[in-house]
Write a protein that binds this ligand. Sequence first.
Ligand code: FDA
Length: 517
Amino acid sequence: MALSTGTALLLAVCFLACYASVPSLAASGEFLQCLSGNIPSQLVFTPSSPSFTSVLVSSIRNPKFFTPTTVRPVCIVTPTNASHVQAAVVCGRRHDVRVRVRSGGHDYEGLSYRSERPETFAVVDLENLRAVRVNRRAATAWVDSGATLGELYYTVAKAAPGLAFPAGVCPTIGVGGHFSGGGMGMMMRKYGLSVDNVLDATLVDATGRLLDKKAMGRDLFWAIRGGGGGSFGIVLSWKVRLVPVPQTVTFFNIQKSVDQGAVNAVTKWQTIAPALPEDLSIRVIVQSKQALFQSLYFGNCSAIVRTMSSQFPELGMTRADCREMSWLQSTVNINSGDANITVETLLNRTTSLNTFTKNKSDYVKQAITEASWEKIFPWFNNAGAGIIILEPHGGSVGSIADAETPYPHRSGVLYNIQYVAFWTGNGTDSPNWIRGLYDFMEPLVSKTPRGAYVNYRDLDIGENTVIGGVTSYETGKVWGEQYFGGNFKRLAITKGKVDADDYFRNEQSVPPLVSRM
Ligand code: FDA
C-alpha cells in the first residue's frame, strides 16, 4: 500500500525525533578515545574485548534481556574510583553518548544495561566500588553503591554486632539501585525503608561534578532517596544510620493450603499484619493454592507465641514453629528456609540466568474480601508458574509523611503486592496470566492513581516519549504518578534544575520540568 505524502512526512519526522539522539559511529569512537585518556584501558570493555560478554552478563538476572536482539552498550566502564565515573560522564556529554549505571543489575526491566530502542549508550558498572566502612561508635556506615545487600548485612553484623540495616530480602541486589528506589524489607515496620535511614551520599551529577549532601542541596538529596535510579546522577556511596537488633531474633515459616484455611488466614492477615507491634513483621507468599507466612520477630519464642495466639490465632502458631537465630542468619534463612546455610553465602554475588521473570506491583488500602481472595488463589493453577508476595506496611514505614521522601505509599497503605511470573525455556514473552490477574485486581487495589513500586519496575505502565530532544513530562506523568503519586512533580522540577538537558535518560527516567517563566 502506498503511503500518502502526509503519512510519509509524519513517519520521517517521527523517525528523526526518535533517533535524533543516536550519535554517529564516529561520535562513539571519539567517546572511547576520550575515555582512554582518563580511564585505564583494562577498566573499559568494548564488544571486541574478549571479556565483554562475561562482564555484561555478570549481574544480569533475567535471560529475557540477554538475547541476540537485545540492544547492548558500546562499552562497559568498570571504575575503581570516583574520577573514572566523572570522566565517563564528561566524555559521554562531550560526545553525545548517554551512560546507564549498573550497581547490582537486578532491575526488573534491565534498564541498567540495555535499551528498549536502538540507541548508542555506555554502561558504568559499579561492581568494583563496593566497600562498606562501619563506624561502630557512631552507629553509621558508608556503603558504596556497587556493594550487594548481602555484603552490607554481613560486613555490618561482623564489624558491629548488635547493629544492622533495614533493606530488601534478596542478598544479591545492588545497594545503588535498591536505595535509589526506596528499599523494602523485613525491618521496614520497625525502622522504615532503606532511604529513611540515609544520612548523606556522594553523587556524580550530569556535568561530572562530585557532590555530597551539602553540595547537592535539599531537593536533589531528597530526590535520590527513592525517586528511582538512573535519573539524577550516579550515586557512588551512601552514609547510613545503623539500627539496633537483639542478639537473638525469632523466625518462622508457616505454610497453609486452601484446604487448611489459607484464604481465611490471608483475609485476616490484611488488617492484622499492618497493626501488629513494630517488632513483628509477617509477610505472605501466595503460590499454587498455598500461602506461606514468613515472620521476623525481635524477641524470643515465648513472647511471639503469646502475641500470635492473642492477635492472629487463625495461623495456629506454636512453639514448634519458632526458630531462634541471629539477625544475620535470619537474612539467609528467609531466602533459603535452611538454618544450616552459613552466613558467608551472603557474600556470593553470583546470579543465575535460568529463569525468565515478569513482575508487577500494587498497593492495597482497603482489605480485599474473602470472596475475592477465593477467586485470586486459583490464578496459580500451574505449580511454579508464579507467586504473589504481600509485604505489610504500617509501623514506621506508614508513619513517615508521604512527601518526606519520594516514596509516597505510606499513610493508609495496608500492604504492597508484588506479582511475579516465572518460566524457563526460550520464550521471552511474559505469560498472559500475570496481566490477566493485574486487570482482575484493578477494582480491589489503590486508585487514582493506582500505585506501583518503582523498584518493581514495570514498563507495561508506561514509557517515556522524547519530544524535541527532551523527555515529555505529560507522558512521564502516566507511569510517574503511579510510582510517586503527588511527589512526581517535585521530582520532575528537581530533574529540570539538575539535568535540564536530560542527559541521564532511560525508558522510565524522570522527565525534566523546566519553568519557562
Ligand atoms: P540495577 O543495577 O539494575 O539498577 C536499577 C536501576 O537503578 C537502574 O535504572 C539503574 O540505572 C539505577 N542505578 C543503579 N545504580 C545506581 C546508582 N549508583 N546511582 C543512580 N542510579 C543507579 N526490592 C525491595 O525493595 N525489596 C526486596 O525484597 C526486593 N527483592 C528483590 C528480589 C529479586 C530477586 C530482584 C531481582 C529484585 C528485588 N527487589 C526488591 C527490587 C530491587 O530493589 C530493584 O530491582 C533495585 O533497583 C535493584 O538494584 P540494583 O542495583 O541491583 O539494580
